[in-house]
Design a protein around this ligand. Structure first.
Ligand code: FAD
Ligand code: DHB
Length: 390
């Protein structure tokens, strides 16, 4: 089997990359470990930055997102019993949209298959070969367990944090920088009517809580928990009473309903430098992880895909290697801004048991400054809605 770009992973990073390459006339094949049904139902991110919304519309992928996603012109920050509205439209002229990651995945998978794109689902034993030569390849077993080899010009490692691509870069050629937070997120989906017209980020003495949505009748809510908690430690009535306490606000009610999905994830910040080695280019979570507060991970994966597609286009059209050579630096300029933002949002909103009383006062003063200074609100809103890609 042969193609120009062998892509490992059909997450938002790999799928966007494949779609962009197709529009540039460059062939790719995606190898995905899970089945189509699995990737189209895995519950993860929900917030699309303004330039991703524009990109999806320009690429003909936005019809369902515009119909079913909720446009959010601002967010609410809650702390010390007060609520503050940050008006993104007024501060930046831009908005975000809440539209689930697996719906984005469904839309691009459908578009890729309609355009004759090749996505091989349920592959196993994916192994990168000869990445430091001009003839890299990917060995794998197909869905029937038959050993196969995909020869290609370049490999895009879009296989998430646990995939094999990053590990294929020799340990001495990469540096890994990270923070592991002592916090986890319990995320739930509940069949309940919407309680708020926009996202609510709540800093509460009992811990952080985030109210998001998926549709008028399905709500997505996150709670700060111990990352080592077993999910059994969180029966539904405990979840609701905790959420009621952390979002409590006079004259406002949090609507409840049956919880039909729940899981706990740990929070980490992680960057692998460089993001390339030989003919291998990492994109998305395989190269960097942000803690979810502020909703940047999927948007970053898509940004990497754009940078890589442009670099490959320059190489194929003009044999120009400059953009490929600059791939790591171009991506990391955005990645580190988003790492800073996600770390800041995470520390700003989570309860930190290691904080002294003095540090707690500074923490609250920081929150107060963000909502009371127009300059500080604008600085936060500017990154929240998304740093546009040139
Ligand atoms: P992934 O989505 O992880 O895709 C990688 C793919 O590679 C997977 O399909 C996997 O099956 C496949 N794969 C792995 N190994 C192999 C292999 N050996 N062979 C073949 N295929 C393989 N981001 C936002 O932008 N906004 C948000 O609101 C947001 N909220 C979040 C909330 C939570 C609770 C969590 C956990 C994350 C959130 N994120 C958010 C982050 C976002 O989900 C990720 O950053 C995003 O999925 C990264 O996309 P990706 O394509 O790089 O990787
Ligand atoms: C969602 C996730 C986030 O991490 C966030 O900051 C806002 C919303 C969501 O899944 O809807």
């Amino acid at each position: 089997m042969r193609t120009q770009i062998g892509i490992i992973g059909a997450g938002p990073g790999g799928l966007f990359l494949s779609h962009l390459l197709h529009r540039m006339g460059i062939e790719s094949v995606i190898l995905e470990r899970h089945s189509r049904a699995d990737i189209e139902s895995t519950i993860r991110a929900g917030v699309l930055e303004h330039w991703v919304i524009d990109l999806m519309n320009r690429m003909g992928l936005g019809e369902r997102m515009m119909r079913e996603g909720r446009p959010d012109h601002g967010v609410t920050f809650q702390f010390m019993g007060r609520r503050h509205h940050l008006d993104f439209q007024e501060l930046t002229g831009k908005s975000i949209r809440v539209y689930a990651q697996h719906e984005v995945v469904k839309d691009i998978v459908a578009a890729r298959l309609k355009d004759g794109g090749e996505i091989l689902f349920s592959v196993s034993d994916t192994t990168l070969q000869n990445i430091d030569s001009e003839h890299p390849s990917i060995a794998f077993r197909d869905a029937n367990g038959v050993q196969q080899k995909l020869d290609c010009d370049f490999i895009a490692g879009c296989d998430g944090f646990h995939g094999p691509s990053r590990q294929a870069i020799p340990a001495k050629a990469r540096k890994e920088l990270d923070i592991e937070y002592p916090w986890g997120w319990l995320g739930i989906l509940a069949e309940a009517p919407r309680s708020s017209e926009e996202l609510i980020y709540s800093n509460h003495d009992r811990g952080f809580a985030l109210l998001s949505t998926r549709s008028p009748m399905v709500q997505r809510i996150y709670l700060q928990v111990d990352p080592h908690d077993p999910i059994e430690a969180w029966p539904d009535d405990r979840i609701w009473s905790e959420m009621q306490a952390r979002f409590a606000f006079p004259g406002w009610t949090l609507s409840e309903g049956p919880i039909f999905q729940k899981s706990i994830v740990g929070l980490r910040s992680f960057v692998c430098e460089p993001m390339q080695y030989g003919r291998l280019y990492l994109a998305g979570d395989s190269a960097h992880i942000v803690p979810p507060t502020g909703a940047k991970g999927m948007n970053l994966a898509i940004a990497d895909g754009i940078v890589l597609s442009r670099a490959l286009d320059a190489w194929y059209k003009r044999k120009d290697k400059a953009l490929l050579g600059a791939y790591t630096d171009t991506c990391l300029a955005r990645v580190w801004k988003y790492e800073r933002f996600s770390w800041y949002m995470t520390t700003l909103f989570h309860r930190n048991d290691a904080e002294t009383a003095f540090e707690r006062r500074i923490h609250l003063a920081d929150l107060d400054f963000v909502v009371s200074s127009r300059a500080a609100s604008t600085a936060l809103a500017e990154v929240y809605v998304g740093v546009p890609i040139d």
